[in-house]
Design a protein around this ligand. Sequence first.
Ligand SMILES: [Zn+2]
Ligand SMILES: [Zn+2]
Length: 776
Amino acid sequence: MLAHMSTSVAAGRLASVLDRLAAAPGREGRLTHLERLPARPARHAPWPEWSSPEVVAAYVARGVVEPWQHQAAAADAAYAGQHVVLATGTASGKSLAYQLPALTAALAGRGPRGQRGPTTLYLAPTKALAQDQLAGLGALGVDVRVTTHDGDSGRDQREWARDHAEYVLTNPDMLHHSLLPGHERWRSFLSQLSYVVVDECHHYRGVFGAHVAQVLRRLRRICAAYGASPTFVLASATVAEPEIAAARLTGLDVLAVSGDCSPRGELSLAMWQPALTTFTGENGAPLRRAASSEAADLLADLVAADVRTLAFIRSRRGAEQVAMTAASLLAEVDPSLPERIAAYRGGYLPEERRELERQLRAGELLGLAATNALELGIDISGLDAILLAGFPGTRGAFWQQVGRAGRGAGDALGVLIARDDPLDTYLVTHPEVLLGQPVEATVFDPSNPYVLGPHLCAAAAELPLTEADLPMFGPTARAVADQLTRAGLLRHRTSGWFWTDRRRASDLADIRSAGGAPVSLVEKDTGRVVGTVDAAGAHATAHAGAVYVHRGETWLVESLDLEEHVAVIGRTDAPYSTTARETTDISIIEEQQHRGWGQCRLSFGQVEVVHQVVSFQMRRQPSGEVLGEQQLDLPERTLRTAAVWWTVPDHALHLAGLTTLDLPGSAHAAEHCSIGLLPLFATCDRWDIGGVSTAVHPDTGRLTVFVYDGHPGGAGFAERGFAAAREWLTATRDTIAACECFEGCPSCVQSPKCGNQNNPLDKSGAIRLLDVLLGD
Ligand SMILES: [Zn+2]
Ligand SMILES: [Zn+2]
């Protein structure tokens, strides 16, 4: 919120430093694009008339003389009782938009003896973020009773929160497991609930998003029973269609406020594509130089040019390597420079973090390599440049990381270094996707019966479920309630559905996992649970021999026990990464929607997928060289899920000169690349989705390419693919056509998780096939 007015880099200097680096010998063609985004002045608005003078005074004392226009617009809407989603960039002061009405209401609505009036419930996706909010509210110094309610809260704190707090900071997990099941004890708080803040709401996507959507519906139902109808205020990174995602999450009509009126210095944004190397991968494919190796070079060069730089690297080991390599490169330039580069490891004590922050701000430290774990826990405001070794997965995360550069309103440089995969390759050659209107939407499917079932049970346990309640839970609620009744989980009486089981109904849903009991990752020497993996993902990521990166730390899985849902892991220095390979069969259960594209047909519906993880491959890091492959003996898994698929009739294929021999490789190559690019349109990871392609599928009788959600019941990704099919498949075609390899490589049509050794793949056939599909 406060601008740091330290000396910033002279306008245009960063862009010229980058130009110089890109012109160095051997770097021809690496810089694929340089965009200079002009500085943006702040646009202010007066404080809304209804604002509490005490709250305004507190902000003014912290240097916020007037709010920015987007803050005032969102705050006004919320105060008027309009549900609102604020979708603006990093550091655009989103908190003010909900704190102003919430704190004003709490102060203005107190009873004559200071009794609690209107209350606010703040939800963050992580505990750390709620702690940050608590610190921020504390620093604001407004006399409102604020507390956190999370797994670490003691009994006294919980009681105080229920009975006295006006502003409770918690997370969806606590709402699901504690607050809603215990709603009677929270009655006084909930009956006065005026605002529900859903911060960083783009985190709620895929299966997790569907769970949180149902938790919020349960909250609305309980509030209504106590006579409250709180106003929802959501905050999000900039994504496509924020009002649609927010409406899906809450089940309410939500107004979007998205014009960012906070000031910004000039930002130079560079797209950087590493060169092809002489290393070869599978089937002799050329490999690109690793993004992290390239980042080490650029980090050294920028530090040598006195540019304060932070490099984001995927794993902690990678970050340490980058810092070490950059330091040794700098030692050749100036022996004093290496000590001005460091790697940020997680788990620093608060005082160590503050020391690091101070060194960066003071310019004693010039270069830092860090994992994404840095995002929560360190406040860096003294940087000039950000290097990203690979696209961080979503546009929101990308802008959040780039937004770390720029001291105050000073100039900033961001460099996206492409990894060797289709998505990164597409982005560095089509920067307009990152610069223009967002195309990626936060998607999830709240009506997924696998998700809805346990929440209907939890809702029934909270208060018997009535016929009138069902519409709130979506169009599938009635069918799911009947199914739960047949299964003996709910009892249906004339007045509604009841939970009569002895178990805690809320234990049926693990909102952070996607169906089935999650697998615990247990450290071998200590028995400590380090984390969990979804049941759906365990075969592919936690099999024996897998190298697993968890919060930047690298682990080796020693064994996986599927009965006990436990994987035993130990820390490793293995110089390679692993990728699991799986085979897949698919059959269509029901086509629910379709569209004709000339003679071709695009469909969305339910499918049954039988897949099996059969082996894993080891690749040297960072080069990506294939070191070997090991077989695995894991059972088949059957998955009922949602899929998008397209078919092309034979005569259209022949007309395009595609022979029967060309078809399997062409369809397979198109499938791989399309899976790599779907995350651009749906906020998913390429590991959340799978694909199958075949020259003739028994259910369609035609050449068919499927892309399916990797979670039971679907997660909304395939559905988004259906909705954005033309843009998505056009981007797929363009990525394949633009890649400079001859026969296909990891940047275009090869997939690391292919169960068929990336064979057959026909790169030029895939372009012709997609041209037929997109032709009409
Ligand atoms: Zn290629
Ligand atoms: Zn494949």
